[in-house]
Design a binder for this molecule. Structure first.
Ligand code: SAM
Length: 362
C-alpha cells in the first residue's frame, strides 16, 4: 500500500485501497482524509452547501423494516398524517426563507388515495412557490419508498425532480436479515432503475454500522453506487430504537461508529467525486455538531427539519433524533452559523442540483 498522502491524490481506487481508507482510525490520518475530501469538494463543487427543508408528512407505513422506529408493527407509536394544507404550508415556508428546495418524506404506502395525495401536494407546492427568487418554484425531492414505474412517472410529471431511495445495504444476506422475507433487495434495485427511467436525479445510500456489516460490504456498497451511476448520496449511522425488532442486536460504540460514518462520506466523495452528499440528521443524533463535521468530510447538502413541532416526536426512526422539541424557525436560526463554522456558505434560493447529473444531461 502506498503512503496515505500519495493515496489521497489518486482519482481511482482499488477495493483494497477503499477498505484501507474506510478503516482509518488515527487522528492524524483521519484529518488527512477529511482535508482531501473537503478540498476535492471545494475544487469540484465550490463552497456552497444547499438546504433541503424536509417535511416528514406521515409516519403511517406498510413495511416492517426491522431497524425502524415507525415500522408497521410498532403499536406504541402514535400515527399521524399531515393535511395537504399543512404539507404545502411547510414547503412554502422553506421557499420564503430562502432554502430553494424541499424534501417530502413519509412511511411507505401504495393506496390510490395516498398516491393522489403526494401528486397533488407536489403540484400545489410547485405552482405556489414560483416567485422572483424562485422562477421555477421550489426544487422538490421525494422520499416515499418503493413505488411502481407508473407512480414514479406521475410524481415526476407533477414536478418532483429528485428522489431518495436508500438501498440500506447491497449485501444480500445482510439485507435479508434486517427486512421481512417479502421485502426483497432485487425489488429495491429495480425501483432505482425505474426512478432513472422516470427521469429523476437518483439518490441512494446505506446505513453504516448495521450489526453484521463489514468494511468489505461497505466497499461493495460504494461499487454499487458507481455501477448505478448514482447522482446523490444520503447515508447515516445505524442507531438502534427500543421499539424496533433489532433493539437487542448490538449497535456499534458511538465513537468508532461516527468515525466510520465520516470516513464513508469522505471516501464516497473521493471515489464518486461530483455527486451531492447529504450530512444527515442521524449524525447529529450522535454528536451535536455531527452535520457540520459531515460537511467538513465532504458533504454538501443538509436538510433542516420543517415537520410541525407537534408531530415530530412521532417520526423517530431511531433514538435520540435531534430537535424534536423545536419548530422550523429554531432550526433556521442555528443552521447558517453551523454551516459557516466549517468554512462553507449557504446556497440560498438555489436548487443545488447534482453536478454529476447535470454533466450527463448536457
Ligand atoms: N419510506 C421511505 C423509504 O423507505 O425510503 C422513506 C422513509 S424511511 C423511514 C427513511 C430512512 O430512514 C431509511 O431509508 C433508513 O435508512 C432510515 N432509518 C430507519 N431506521 C433507522 C435507524 N434505526 N437508524 C438509522 N437510520 C434509519
Amino acid at each position: 500500500m502506498k503512503n496515505l498522502e500519495e493515496l489521497l491524490k489518486q482519482e481511482t481506487f482499488s477495493d483494497e485501497e477503499i477498505a484501507y481508507l474506510l478503516g482509518l482510525t488515527g487522528t492524524d490520518e483521519c484529518n488527512q482524509l477529511r482535508t482531501a475530501a473537503y478540498d476535492l469538494t471545494t475544487e469540484l463543487l465550490g463552497t456552497e452547501v444547499y438546504y433541503r427543508g424536509i417535511v416528514e408528512f406521515s409516519n403511517l407505513c406498510e413495511l416492517d423494516c426491522h431497524y425502524c422506529g415507525i415500522r408497521n408493527g410498532n403499536d406504541e407509536v402514535e400515527r399521524y398524517s399531515l393535511t395537504q394544507e399543512q404539507v404545502v404550508d411547510a414547503a412554502l415556508w422553506c421557499g420564503e426563507v430562502g432554502y430553494g428546495s424541499t424534501v417530502l418524506q413519509s412511511g411507505e404506502r401504495h393506496s390510490p388515495e395516498y398516491i393522489d395525495f403526494v401528486e397533488n401536494s407536489i403540484r400545489e407546492i410547485k405552482t405556489k412557490s414560483i416567485s422572483e427568487t424562485l422562477p421555477e418554484g421550489l426544487g422538490i425531492t421525494l422520499s416515499v419508498g418503493e413505488q411502481t414505474l407508473e407512480t414514479y412517472k406521475r410524481f415526476h410529471e407533477a414536478g418532483a425532480h429528485r428522489y431518495l431511495l436508500r438501498i440500506e445495504t447491497t449485501n444480500p444476506e445482510l439485507y435479508a436479515k434486517i427486512h421481512p422475507a417479502d421485502q426483497k433487495l432485487e425489488e429495491r434495485k429495480k425501483c432505482l432503475d425505474y426512478l432513472r427511467e422516470a427521469g429523476f436525479q437518483v439518490g441512494t445510500g446505506v446505513m453504516i454500522g448495521i450489526p453484521g456489516q463489514t468494511i468489505d460490504m461497505l466497499v461493495q456498497d460504494i461499487r454499487f453506487f458507481q455501477s448505478m451511476d448514482i447522482d446523490m448520496i444520503g447515508m447515516g449511522p445505524y442507531i438502534s430504537h427500543h421499539q424496533s425488532c433489532m433493539y437487542d442486536k448490538s449497535m456499534m460504540d458511538v465513537e468508532p461508529l461516527l468515525q466510520l460514518a465520516f470516513n464513508m462520506i469522505a471516501v464516497v466523495r473521493l471515489v464518486l467525486r461530483d455527486v451531492n452528499i447529504a450530512a444527515t440528521t442521524a449524525l447529529q443524533a450522535l454528536l451535536k455538531n455531527g452535520r457540520e463535521v459531515g460537511i467538513s468530510y465532504g458533504a454538501n447538502i443538509t436538510m433542516p427539519n420543517l415537520t410541525p413541532r407537534e408531530v415530530r416526536p412521532s417520526y423517530q426512526l431511531y433514538e435520540g433524533k435531534p430537535c424534536i422539541d423545536e419548530g422550523r424557525a429554531d432550526c433556521h436560526g442555528c443552521l447558517q452559523k453551523r454551516v459557516e463554522s466549517v468554512g462553507r456558505t449557504v446556497g440560498w434560493n438555489k436548487w443545488g442540483d447534482s453536478k454529476h447529473y447535470m454533466k450527463k444531461s448536457l
